[in-house]
Ligand binder design. Structure first.
Ligand code: FE2
Length: 285
């Protein structure tokens, strides 16, 4: 097994591992070490059955119950389909606009995902050969470190309210999440959290879900949140993943946020499958 860092703020490729084969404990520990060191890791050219995907995710931890039940894989409830493809009746086969806004997976629940594992089947490619639909990952530990001192002291000890698909509803894209949003309640998390394994401080508000900073007035909250959600998008914190068919991309949700470059549409098809591994309750840093 070989780990090749992206050269940026985080992200790495892991070579020499076939996830469809049994993985011994030594290799598994090495994978988890690389995962904690680089936060976003990709295994290229994988050929995985649904069961392979489930088996590898289960080895990391308990699989999250799927909140998008209507977009689950028909035979594997724990797998969610992300796709812009429509079936013969014109209905979406999966979540169509996943990642339109920057977010941390399941940060609208008490226990945001520890890990997300996304496997690609179809990737949109433009006529000139350009791969479209990149996924962007911000390193939100580095983003915290990069804040000015006066902002660091302003956000220390504050809490946030997160709501499922908040930015989608606010911008008129919420319909696809109506079913899941109706079933969920707002949650409160610390604004600055401590990584459960590395101990690093992490900026935890996000554009997609964070409604407000609870201890501030509405105007103060809007101004500060506006600054923070733009701060995490700065290029120096971002790794851009260029997809290939057969990528198994795995990321640590605590020290990262991600979004998708929605620069493609049908007839260009994008189809992926995601499994999330349950995390712990985020602790204040
Ligand atoms: Fe996501």
């Amino acid at each position: 097994m070989e780990v090749i860092p992206s050269g940026g703020t985080h992200g790495a490729e892991i070579r020499g591992v076939d996830l469809s084969e049994p993985i011994d404990d030594v290799i598994f520990e090495a994978i988890m070490e690389a995962f904690h060191a680089h936060s976003v890791v990709v295994f290229r050219n994988q050929c995985l059955s649904e069961q392979d995907h489930v088996d590898f995710a289960s080895r990391i931890g308990e699989i999250d119950n799927d909140v998008y039940g209507h977009f689950s894989h028909p035979d594997h409830n724990e797998i969610i389909i992300l796709s812009n493809i429509l079936d013969d009746d014109g209905n979406p086969i999966g979540v169509q606009e996943a990642g339109l806004f920057w977010h941390t997976d399941l940060a609208y629940t008490q226990t945001p995902s520890r890990a997300s594992l996304l496997y690609s089947f179809e990737i949109p490619v433009a006529d000139d050969g350009t791969v479209l639909g990149d996924t962007l990952f911000s390193n939100t530990a580095a983003a915290f470190d990069g804040l000015p001192d006066n902002i660091k002291s302003r956000i220390q000890g504050k809490t946030i309210t997160n709501r499922h698909a908040y930015a989608y509803f606010k911008s008129g894209h919420g319909e696809q999440f109506k079913k899941s949003a109706d079933a969920l309640h707002d949650v409160i998390h610390p604004l600055v959290i401590k990584h459960p394994f590395t101990g690093r401080k992490i900026l935890f508000c996000n554009e997609a879900m964070t409604v407000c900073i609870n201890e501030l007035t509405e105007t103060e909250s809007e101004q500060l949140l506006g600054f923070l959600v733009e701060h995490v998008k700065k290029p120096e914190f971002v790794y851009r993943h260029k997809w290939q068919v057969g990528d198994l991309l795995m990321w640590d949700n605590f020290p990262t946020q991600h979004s998708v470059d929605h620069n493609f549409k049908l007839p260009l098809r994008r189809r992926m499958q995601r499994i999330t591994v349950r995390g712990s309750v985020p602790r204040s840093a």
